[in-house]
Design a protein around this ligand. Sequence first.
Ligand SMILES: [Zn+2]
Ligand SMILES: [Zn+2]
Length: 144
Amino acid sequence: MQSITYTESRLAEMMHSAGVRPTLQRIAIMSCVYHSTKHPSADDIYTELSPEYPSLSLTTVYNSLRALTAAGLLRTVDIDSGNMHYDMALQTPHSHFMCRGCGRIFDMEMPSDVCGGATPGFVIDCVDVYYKGICPQCANIQNN
Ligand SMILES: [Zn+2]
Ligand SMILES: [Zn+2]
């Protein structure tokens, strides 16, 4: 759902106001998530950034993602068991679909009454909806 370009200074500003120290590597990591529609994992980000940042370690990527998530700048997408993916935090609530064929994660609209079945007395402050199945592209390949 990303369409805006976030400059490095904009990202640094967002980190500042969220209380995260904006290091160059953190800015690059956050930029990776904010400018991707793929919901990258730590491994994806590491693979993408390591040519440009040879001193970057996978541990730094993991730690930065954790700090940025705790600061409310990123959200986790826990659709791929054991392999956490990341998304921008502040955007319209949406659900995610993971294709069993190609493994890609797509944004989907959130069902309108997703909290409708909640038991009275429980206060919901976080809703995640995950779908799994076959994307149109993979369905086409199967049918041919
Ligand atoms: Zn697919
Ligand atoms: Zn998303």
